[in-house]
Design a protein around this ligand. Structure first.
Ligand SMILES: [Fe+2]
Length: 339
């Protein structure tokens, strides 16, 4: 092999216990411009594979110690090489079976060298396009990860902006998101649904940027007009987000987070299943966090009061299943807000 110049980067290995066939194929492969190893036993082939990045293994079927098919299975499992199987016992095997065992092609002996090289080139070109596809897929995944991180960054920035105007609720959206996701996870929602719920939760009060800051932080009772203004935050949040094509219905989840199961919520008085499951989860997490933490007009009422609110209105204002999961998470201390 040292006497030949390889013009292609690929490495081929011929495995056959017949020395004559090994030499003939090696010569043909080298003339075609590829590097070529030969191994006269599967054992030697595996030793060489461990040392060299072989692209294609060309193996005889009947060999001492291990068949070419068994070798193909090991190569497929442990190495990234393609395998081409050769046999003189063509009637004992069929193409489909051999390809099913992991071979990329199947050749009948006696092998004609021109046909062999042509088949080898086809396997190599399929291999190259497979690698290109794999690389393209990896690049796509990388870009998607980057986009996802950028989106997360933007959503977080919006979240911080909202909370900057309303220091009393600083951290509220993040804590609600943590609880909502814990509930969703315990309810068996998919990772993707949970991720979408997190995105919606961390900006669920986004629309409050349209509410005057003095109303948001006003201690004491609100007038009817002030209360109406605060209620408008769900529609405002929806209007801001509705143009953006998120992979999840963020605008709708946010629009519905003050809807209640009995239709007494706002803005549209939706009932039961009319309310998105994500919004039902978000509303329970929102109510729980709101009662359990300090508000402008009162100190924290504590977790027992928050649990009581959920228990009292289970199935009335809040989804039964969501409440049950939330209660068990809190009571069994499987979820705690960070301090
Ligand atoms: Fe809200």
């Amino acid at each position: 092999m040292e006497n030949h110049i390889s013009i292609h980067p690929e490495i081929i290995m011929v495995v056959d216990d017949d020395q004559g066939i090994c030499s003939m194929l090696q010569a043909g492969i080298q003339i075609a411009g590829y590097k070529c190893f030969v191994a006269q036993s599967p054992k030697l082939a595996l030793e060489l594979l461990a040392l060299h990045p072989v692209d294609v293994v060309v193996a005889d079927i009947k060999m001492p110690g291990m068949s070419g098919i068994e070798l193909a299975q090991i190569v497929k499992k442990e190495y990234a090489a393609d395998v081409v199987i050769m046999t003189g016992f063509i009637e004992d095997f069929n193409y489909e079976d051999i390809v099913e065992q992991g071979a990329s092609d199947f050749l009948q002996k006696p092998v004609r060298i021109a046909e062999f090289v042509a088949r080898l080139k086809r396997v190599l070109s399929e291999r190259a396009s497979k690698n290109d596809r794999k690389k393209a897929l990896e690049d796509l995944k990388l870009n998607l990860d980057k986009l996802r991180r950028a989106m997360e960054g933007i959503v977080q920035a919006i979240s911080i902006t909202v909370e900057m105007r309303d220091p009393y609720t600083a951290g509220h959206q993040q804590r609600v998101a943590d609880l909502a996701c814990a509930i969703a996870s315990a309810m068996g929602l998919s990772d993707d649904e949970i991720y979408g719920l997190r995105m919606a939760s961390v900006i669920h009060d986004l629309g409050k940027i349209t509410v005057p800051a003095e109303i948001l932080s006003k201690p004491g009772q609100l007038s009817d007009l002030e209360y109406e203004l605060i209620k408008s935050h769900v529609q405002a949040g929806y209007d801001i987000l509705k143009q953006i094509e998120f992979p999840w219905p963020l605008a709708d989840i946010i629009l519905q987070h003050h809807e209640r199961m009995d239709g007494s919520g706002y803005p549209n008085g939706l009932k039961d299943e009319q309310i998105l499951l994500a919004a039902r989860i978000l509303s329970v997490a929102d109510v729980f966090e709101t009662i359990a933490s300090h508000r402008p007009y009162r100190p924290s009422l504590g977790q027992p009061r928050a649990l009581e609110e959920l228990r009292d209105n289970r199935g009335k204002l809040y989804d039964r299943r969501v409440v049950d999961v939330c209660l068990s998470l809190i009571e069994e201390k499987r979820f705690q807000f960070p301090n």
